[in-house]
Write a protein that binds this ligand. Structure first.
Ligand code: CTP
Length: 400
């Protein structure tokens, strides 16, 4: 699928640069031509020789290398590609891009290019979560820069959390999705999925039976149409899809924070089964059996993420889609829910036990929009997802 595609790969300075060597191989195997650019920092982690040997191409390193200027000016270098990939994208490179700085070859290429750019950030978790980096991420996303990752996990620095560079195959999947040029290419979409877990104490929690199957299928269908998907998922039993940015959370409050941090987006689809309540003061010690009987749990209401995003004055996605699980009067309840929450569409389904839908592979949905209710025949969750994704693509293209 990448045959003949020209990719300018900027390798920033970070331990994840070693994964870029594998990335070059994977891209080349698929027929892409990779032109590598190595920053000063990148050179500390991988050698120009190994990069150029794998890419089968000269490595560009210096803005003031006059030979390069004569051979191929930096402007031309940045524009002769079909896609600019930055992997790893460091906090420093993101900050330079957000500010429009051009003090070295990598930042100059990124400022001069009129080619689509995808970043695979990699940095320490605190650096990723720092408000400055999150501000830069939002600025770059609003500028139309695509992102893949970062992933969550243990890091070379010994800490744990988001900041790990996406795996090479996930970057390849994002690259392929970009070139698939589906109707959602260039669109950013949040999908929430799975259950939330609300802690009672460090070892116990309140949960629900959502498997995450519908949200996962939806994220895959949106990705296949070319969207950049930010997949905010509770602890689901179904694995998250490849080629999307996975943001794992546990609680409803964390899910809300992750969704707000991922804005702005073109659309947001809320397929998660969010717990309506949390334990008001979860204990930080394990609750013990006592002679006085059972502990009394007090509950607090969780924020309604769908309603919060639907009612944003600033930065509301142009399309907000909610789900409704009903057991009776499906259309009436879901129609009222659409108005109550302020979303554009509700995908309603009948989850009465007789339908076998909850936890099953099929779904029978009714799509509620401002124009009324549309019953869809019973079909697989994958087919439902493709149909919803196609409708989202149509709505966003009608929207401009
Ligand atoms: N939702 C959310 N945040 C919450 C609760 C729900 O974003 N705190 C979203 C869900 O992801 C889903 C929709 O709102 O898109 C479901 O709304 P909800 O009121 O929870 O509906 P039901 O689960 O159908 O419950 P009820 O019938 O009790 O209202």
């Amino acid at each position: 699928m990448l045959r003949g595609k020209r990719i300018l790969l900027i390798i920033g300075g970070g331990i994840a640069a070693y994964k870029s060597l594998d990335l070059i191989r994977r891209l080349s195997e698929r027929g892409a031509t990779v032109t590598p650019v190595l920053t000063r920092g990148g050179e500390q982690f991988v050698t120009p020789l190994s990069v150029s040997a794998l890419a089968g191409s000269k490595v560009y390193r210096d803005l003031f290398d006059l030979t390069d200027e004569a051979e191929m000016g930096h402007i031309q270098l940045s524009r002769s590609a079909d896609l600019v990939l930055v992997a790893p994208a460091t906090a420093d490179l993101m900050a330079k891009m957000a500010q429009g700085l051009a003090g070295d070859l990598a930042s100059t290429l990124l400022l001069a290019t009129d080619t689509p750019v995808i970043l695979a950030p990699a940095m320490n978790v605190r650096m990723w979560e720092h408000p400055a980096t999150q501000r830069n991420r939002a600025t770059l996303a609003a500028d139309g820069i695509g992102f893949v990752g970062p992933d969550d996990g243990s890091m070379a620095c010994g800490e744990f959390g988001p900041g790990r560079m996406a795996e090479p195959m996930a970057i390849v999947a994002a690259t392929e999705a970009h070139f698939a040029a589906g109707p959602l290419a260039g669109k950013r979409i949040i999908v929430t999925s799975g259950p939330t877990h609300e802690p009672i104490d460090p070892v116990r929690y309140i949960a629900n039976r959502s498997s995450g199957a519908q949200g996962t299928a939806l994220a895959s269908a949106l990705r296949d149409l070319g969207a950049e998907v930010i997949f905010v998922t509770g602890p689901a039993s179904v694995a998250a899809p490849d080629g999307v940015t996975v943001v794992p959370v546990e609680t409803a409050l964390q899910m809300k924070d992750a969704v707000m941090a991922a804005l702005p987006t073109d659309a947001a689809v809320f397929a998660a089964a969010v717990a309506d309540w949390r334990v008001a003061s979860a204990s930080d010690r394990k609750l013990k059996k006592t002679r006085d009987g059972m502990p009394a749990l007090e509950f607090a209401e969780n924020p309604d993420i769908l309603a919060t995003v639907s009612r944003l004055d600033n930065g509301r996605p142009s399309l907000v889609v909610g789900f409704a699980a009903e057991t009776d009067d499906v259309v009436a309840h879901a129609t009222a829910k659409r108005l109550r929450k302020g979303c554009d569409w509700i995908v309603a389904n009948d989850v009465s036990p007789a339908t076998g839908i909850m936890g099953g592979t099929e779904n029978a949905v009714t799509l509620i929009t401002e124009n009324g209710a549309e019953d869809w025949p019973r079909m697989s969750k994958a087919d439902v997802s493709e149909k919803i994704a196609a409708r989202i693509a149509k709505a966003l293209s009608d929207d401009g």
